[in-house]
Design a protein around this ligand. Structure first.
Ligand code: NAI
Length: 294
């Protein structure tokens, strides 16, 4: 796979924004913030107040020169304060938003899909999906969003297909992607674009909260012709979406997954399945497919 660009190309020079969701160096938003910084974009970092004691965001703030403003993305008051402080900092409106927020309350607590705690389920939808709607709504209300801007949120293919252990998060991502389409139409009147990036399984705090994540990661890695997309490549893709080079792209769910979403099955996966399923049995089916290799 091609390496990360070492130096930037100034793709985001002159642009200002807000990046939600950097918690630790594994966070997708952390890598995105570093890439945006590399490309000359200026931004404010934000995360939920509870993340203050869990995260290491101060180090990222120092490294990128980005102020850190704590705000719960499910709180209208917090979002209003965030926009007020961000626009005061930049002396004007913002050009981009990166929404990289997710939390599956039932998933965290191992409650199966058939027995979701309804309050936690609503909280999951609020944090992981409705927070995007709320953020845009408040940004528009207080006049903080510049014309011609770009908004990117992070999704997963569990929005379209059932992944057994992804549980309520599949519903949250489906709602998130629907908000991208619904708001996309309205934002376009101001030339503001909005897209979701449907990312490969990636080893982060949110990712590893999913039961069986390592197996899911290996499954996707085995199915994707290019392998799983890592955080660095995700960050570069998000940079392109924040830049003017993608100015006519909006209301899309864009798969960033090494080709996973288009594959049916790969030889590698068939071999693995065959080895497991046909263990100790007649393996002529595998021999037929792979000949002397078996
Ligand atoms: P992460 O755990 O580093 O990021 C999730 C962030 O959401 C954290 O920074 C957390 O503090 C923040 N957050 C939670 N509740 C919040 C609230 N009420 N207000 C503001 N922020 C809040 O994990 P990751 O993986 O970087 O997740 C980022 C996004 O990427 C999520 O939407 C996730 O679903 C998505 N994604 C992750 C994949 C993975 O395998 N890691 C794959 C595809 C999508």
């Amino acid at each position: 796979m091609a390496a990360t660009p070492l130096s930037g190309h100034g793709l985001l020079q002159g642009k200002t924004g807000i990046i939600f969701g950097a918690l630790n160096p594994q966070s997708l938003a952390w890598t995105i913030a570093e890439a945006v910084h590399r490309e000359g974009g200026r931004f404010v970092l934000t995360n939920a107040p509870v993340a203050q004691r869990l995260g290491e965001v101060d180090a990222l703030s120092e490294k990128t020169g980005a102020p850190l403003i704590w705000a719960d993305a499910t709180s209208t008051d917090d979002l209003d304060r965030l926009f007020a402080e961000a626009t005061a900092h930049f002396g004007g409106g913002i050009d981009f938003i990166v929404h990289s927020i997710g939390m599956g309350m039932n998933v965290r607590k191992n409650r199966p899909y058939e027995d979701l705690n309804p309050d936690w389920f609503l909280k999951t939808l609020d944090i992981s999906a409705a927070s995007l709607h709320r953020t845009i709504t408040q940004g528009l209300k207080v006049g903080a969003l510049n014309d011609g801007g770009s908004i990117v949120t992070l999704s997963f293919i569990g929005a379209q297909r059932t992944f057994s252990k992804y549980s309520e998060m599949g519903d949250a991502k489906a709602l998130l992607e629907s908000i991208v389409r619904s708001y996309g139409y309205r934002l376009a009147k101001r030339g503001i674009r909005i897209n979701s990036v449907s990312q490969s399984p990636t080893r982060t705090s949110a990712g590893s909260g999913i039961r069986g994540f390592d197996l899911l990661y290996t499954f996707a890695e085995t199915m994707a012709p290019l392998g799983n997309a890592d955080s660095d490549s995700c960050a570069d893709y998000v940079v392109s979406l924040l830049s003017d080079y993608t100015r006519m792209v909006t209301m899309q769910n864009l798969f960033h997954d090494g080709g996973f979403s288009t594959m049916g099955v790969t030889d590698e996966l068939l071999e693995l399945l065959g080895e497991g399923l046909l263990k100790g049995q007649d393996s002529s089916a595998l021999q037929e497919l792979f000949g002397d290799k078996k």
